[in-house]
Design a protein around this ligand. Sequence first.
Ligand code: DSN
Length: 452
Amino acid sequence: MPANSTTSKPVVNPSSTDPVFDLIHQEEIRQSDGLELIPSENYVSADVLKAMGSVLTNKYSEGYPGKRYYGGNENVDQIETFAIERAKQLFHADHANVQPHSGANANEAVYFAWCQPGDTILAMSLPAGGHLTHGSPVTRSAKIYHFVGYGVTPEGDIDYDELERLAREHQPKIILVGYSAFMKIPDFARVAKIAAAIPDCMLMADMAHVAGLIAGGVHPNPLDFGFHVMTTTTHKTLRGPRGGLIVSRGKVSNPLHKVPHTLEKLPTLIDRAVFPGTQGGPLDHVIAAKAVAFGEDLQPAFQTYAQQIVANAKALAAELQNLGFTLQGGGTDNHLILVNVKDSFGIDGKTYETALDKVGLTLNANALPTDKGGAFRPSGVRLGTPAMTTRGLGLPEMKIIAGWMKRVLDLCVKAGSEDQLDQYAAELETIRAEVRTLARQFPIPGIPQPTE
Ligand code: DSN
């Protein structure tokens, strides 16, 4: 047993003596006994877990259904086709590529499909709420393409005037709308109008965070507003396995839009950019799990789930505000909440994240658009409701969670800094026990529950 293992008895006997299995078991307990507030995490169904753990991991399938570089793909071809057709149906798309290993790979493939080295891509800057893969200087893409960043207004919405000015000035090959800390609904039609005036400009949306809300009908779909390509991860609100997805239009959806290649070629360019452009063999077990998850996302129950995610986020945001927390953008229209703990209570986001971890509430410290704290000591924390909603938590529990967050915050204020938190270990342990008791009332799908 590892030195830090808890005293709980194993839920099931590990199937091997390899300590890795004991650690997996400890992770089952950690997930069961805590509440997951990280907005990019979720819990998959037992069926998705089963597909991921299947013999498909043994197979090589470079290529696409019907056009492989290996024999023996008769089952894999059908599985990948299920995933493709279900993804197209979910997002009203003409084409889907289900092979990207991650959201980062999906983005990289789209840039590679459409741009030449040195071309300009206009995207939301990271401090404004954008994503690392949208041009952060530490990424490979930023060394190949020229990224220009647009920001947000003091109210937390996209600064569309700035976006338009920068688009005119830089004539980008891609305008990208996407984010990992943005709480409004983008005005896709307005961005499409801006792009229509730029020759050769492709419209790309990275909807990794809200793809499940789109699939569930509670968020607009950029492909319905003239966007040509949408990328996403499959493990956040879509509730699938870890992985990426690209869906696109295959025909001209905006007659004002002038492009060098006809848009009918876009699917081919994307497929070539994924394989062999940027990836090798697909992860067939993950693609099977994507197919299963997309099948679940197409069910009416998923729409109810998506509605509840947003209702829970709004309720949690409102209660946090009642308790004195300042929220970036004044609240939320999706599943995300960005709390300015520094402005509200003088505590940095990392100290607060550490303290919340001790009581079993997991979220992440996050920079705010005007942050002076840097990436490791930012002023905010980011949280969201997709995972809790999967477990069945509803509006009454959102109030309880906000209350715990305030009690932990008060202890942080008393402690003054992270290294003084131990003085309040007993108080933190009391809250931890309350969190565990509630968490165990809402089992995680697909795994055995702790028994003591
Ligand atoms: N890492 C993801 C997130 O937490 O938002 C984005 O890729």
